[in-house]
Design a protein around this ligand. Sequence first.
Ligand SMILES: [Zn+2]
Length: 254
Amino acid sequence: MLRTLTRLLRGRRDSAQLDFGLADAAPKNADELLARLRGLGLTRLHRCKLTRNRNVMVSFGGDELRVHEGYLDAPEPVLRAIVTFVEGTTRAERRAAQRVIVAHPIRAARAPARRDRTHPDDVAVAEKLAAWHQRFNVRHFHGRLRHVPIRVSRRMKSRLGHYTAGTSGGESAEIAISRAHLRRHGWEETLHTLLHEMVHQWQDETSRTIDHGATFRAKAREVGIAPYARRVLATRPGRAEGSQTLGRRAARDG
Ligand SMILES: [Zn+2]
């Protein structure tokens, strides 16, 4: 599903590239990228930073835009999509832009960091979680979600768990669950987190954006979990307003 979408977009990109011509050289740094985006209609943001975190493609907050360096050589339709992601006025518009952004393949400058392994003492817990993944899959997703490795992490402290999408470079998707979370909050809460991450997996496998937006909330309610990014909803009005992140990972925080 995702591959089809990528190919479709790539095809569209090639023809768009022909339409627009290749007159503009690719921006070489953050300033040139910002100038290019402003030329395409970006007005809200005045600073730009390049990032290397492969899990985040584009994010913005305040007047700063952060873009993964893999977008420096992105074709114009993708750059236009970044502008729409920031400036777009309707949700549909921004959603369409997100798809274009996510479909752009970013080449990793460095080899991906090796993932942690589940500690031998936690293997039994990981297996139990995998069994629950199967059960939840049948119960809430018609058994359509793929098998993904589930890792128990001893490093995660404030985060309860996360789902990370696979990459075209061959890195597999995974769900990681915090061992500290299990110890602190117990098995029921940990299953809640597992299901939360499975909603992100569902977003990914159905070519939706991985986020905590309206689709996430609707699906979370459907499967019977709290539709929030955090375990306890902290109401801090205005704090997150006007800031957004688009990436391949979503975490549940404690
Ligand atoms: Zn989440």
